[in-house]
Design a protein around this ligand. Sequence first.
Ligand SMILES: [Zn+2]
Length: 562
Amino acid sequence: MGLCPFHSEKTPSFHVNPQRGIFHCFGCGLGGNVFSFVMKREGIPFPEAVRMMADRYGITIPEPEMSPSAKRVESERETLFSVNKIAMGYFRNILFESPQGEVARNYLKNRGINGAIADTFDLGYVPEGWDHLVRFLDTQKVPRGVAEKSGLIVTKNKERYYDRFRNRIIFPILDLSRRVIGFGGRVLDDSLPKYLNSPETPIYNKSKSLYGFGKTKQACRQAGTVHIVEGYFDLLSLYMCGVEHVVATLGTAITQDHVRMLSRGGVKRFVLVYDSDDAGIKAAERSIPVFQKEFISANILVLPKGHDPDSFIREFGAEQFLNASTKAMGIIPFLLETAVKQYGLSIEGRIRIIEAMKEPLQVVGDPIARSLYIRELSHRIGVDEKAVIEKIKEQSDGPIRIPAISQAVPGNKTAPRQSRYSEMEKQIVSMMLQFPEIISECRDSQVVDYLESESLKALGRKILDYQGEPEDMASVLIAQSATDRERQMISSLAIGDIPWLHKNCVNLIHHYMGNRKKNEDSLSEQIRMAEESKDHELLLKLMHEKNNYSKLMKKKVHTRKR
Ligand SMILES: [Zn+2]
């Protein structure tokens, strides 16, 4: 057990079970086998994780035997990477070598971007015209369909193809392995849209990509801090002036994936940089839940009026920028101060401040952090802490109650009953994963068929079907899972190290089955009551349930006889 490498924590909640080859963190919920660990830790896909581990332990990997569909996906991705690389070279060449690039070179010079930076970030240019790239890719024998899939060229009727990026400075977007996943393009004048990005493709997803991080990850790790800006030029200017621990979001608010990617890269302190209070407030409010879920706090740096990061650092220099960055406030204090600035401390103003702080405070999941913030708020505006807490609570019931009502549609009336069993069901499947000696008992009693939770039932069936070495079971099942959710469910259930006793396990199964049978009796009772109260909807629902139940029982008797 130790401190989790995937979220920041002070008391260990990260568990590893070396025999089973799995890990699980009860703080952030991440879990999996040794390969999931390497993939998450290094931010690399599965094949690379396998290669890395094989290298480390001197294992030769046989030629991969991928399924045809997996092969197709993998080779499609590889193809798109190489098309993008070809295009990047083409754009770059025009910017640096061609007479047509002169206008773009001048533009960059005027914006203060020197050749070295343009070179480091592989900037490029594509001149005015409909099909420069289309024709170039033809000469490179890139099929039109592939080029279209990369988002670099577009067509309406498959007859005429034209370039997506026309008369624009090109910013290649790289992943952490420095492969080109997409592009951004900016016009040289005031025409619109000012910025244009690649569409989502099999290799480009803007909510999972950060501009510049491929180049700046070293600096971010060293500083332990990252500045998150919104524009390509903001990033280039900061980098050029020596603030190299910087990334830019690509036309989207910061996402959970961004935050994870950065904290995996060793970032501890997040500074969101905005050019106005308004933008800062909006972003701050939106990003609270994103950072909260990762148990990370973030800071907001709003630059003086009229400045963006680009203009600020050129006028005041790196030292002043870093100075301001060190003083950047946490999200909640920032919201509090802007509310104070906006509403003032009159009675009326203070009421509005509490009103404005309700929702942000409600989103803070960590109860200690929340109570500290509430204390700060009540001190700042001179209102009794208890009164503030009352007010915040008032709001907190709202959003929680709404989904509960919408769930209460017919067909969900048994929901409370489900939760009564869920702990026991988890225990049963957990025991199957950790104490394989009990599996034959589970098979005989057919307890898995009785599980109400569909996901636990599915997992239980996989365990019954498993044929390999018992101690590899958790890791193998994790490897076979399709989703993170599934993997994390398995790792959380399999991670424990409880010395199971055969007798206790058998008791648990019998106890559970006994309860389920009582459930049948209570079903009959409920049916009788529904009949009396003439609740036809509920009656139908209960009859249906009972029917399912007897089918299950019959099946059991039947198989037993066999
Ligand atoms: Zn964790």
